[in-house]
Ligand binder design. Sequence first.
Ligand code: BGP
Length: 482
Amino acid sequence: MSTHNPVFPGNFLWGAAIAANQAEGAWNVDGKGPSVADAVQAKPKLSVKDYAGHMAISDQNVADALNGLKDIDYPKRRGIDFYHRYKGDLALFAEMGIKALRVSIAWTRIFPTGEDASPNEAGLKFYADLFTEMRKYNIEPLVTLSHYEMPLVLSEKYNGWVHRNVVDAFVRFSNVCFDRYKDLVRYWLTFNEIDSIIRHPFTTAGIREEKSAEDIYQALHHQFVASAMVTRDCHQKIPGSQVGCMLTKLTTYPRTCHPGDVEATLKKNLENYFYADVQVKGYYPPLIKRDLELRGINIEMQPNDLAIMRQHTVDFVSFSYYMSMTESVQPDAERTPGNTVLGVKNPYLPASEWGWQVDPVGLKISLLELYDRYQKPLFIVENGMGAKDVVVDGKIHDEYRIDYFRSHFEQMLAAVHEGVDLLGYTSWGTIDIISAGTSQMSKRYGFIYVDQDDEGNGTLERLRKDSFYWYKKVIATNGADL
Ligand code: BGP
């Protein structure tokens, strides 16, 4: 590599990402059981105005959401029917030239209630066919075992991940996946945005009844242990496999150089790192341990938990990056909606229609920070721009999305040039899917438009956006032509 001209590594995995519950639809087909995601998507539709507190709403109103599940108009709520259309969709992704596709496995397709006597063969076959089809196009599967969905039955029976039995159920599910897909899948992620349990405990961990913060940290501990156990099992069963943790990267800046702002920022960043620290370094950081102690939070652990966490750390660090955050202790600092959390407005940054502050340099800062801290390969597994696209004569001129990606790719390239080991990049939403936060279709991220509105009306026809052709060129030139 030239020391002067920045270039992406030759084997860079350019790709894109979706999640089962937002794309597949077919929620009750071929033996699939209901998941927490099915319940969340049944919540009353939210307007953009309501969006700031959406996760709080979904989690406070779990009971409503669950009641809604009984009444929901199922035929209309169908993701984008990826379950039945994946072959055509993969052909389009292959046309774009992507080298990696991040998908998740719906636990409820394999174990509909989480603790069934045997796995559901129809569900297992669906993913075997999907991964085989991906391999046909030389698309590397990057597979998330838990992306915001778990069997609703486990949530009801155990209050979700608060109960230790869920660890056993998840480890069993994961092992069934490793056994079945060992020749097809090399890259695995354990828990999507594991830190988000703090912000939305029902969506992430099926916690219906939250008695105290202790429940949340107990559930989180169970996820840490489960993550280490399945990392161990994956390494044993699939030689050469690579397992990553997955973090919401909420890089936070002080609003001013007021020491109070700087201290508050430091605390935010330490909290954000905590989740990856445990999975990469294999232990609870001392400051976090002390913080839990000061808050009176006691986590129950089994004798081997800490040893398992210590021994089975991840191979790479993956993260989502949509925005940076700003912190201030000044009471009059202006607030803005962020990725499910309220943050302080940064006067130097523009924001999307949903208030997400667009900050490409923040991506470079995140890459440098993470690589310096962990010295493990990094993988950006979500990044993108949610927007309301308009179709004019069958075309979608999404220059704003191209600008967003270009500015982020420039910063990625700079970080790679400065020494960061970056394995790949999977943009969020290869194709338009249902938004996790709003449960709506109109917050679109894809390079491919899907004809469906917020009520589930539409032909589901796929249309290539302008960004489709642009990303195709980026991949073909390995990022040389942005
Ligand atoms: C991440 C989730 C994704 C995804 C993305 C965009 O937090 O892992 O599932 O949807 O955010 O969020 P939204 O769909 O709310 O715009």
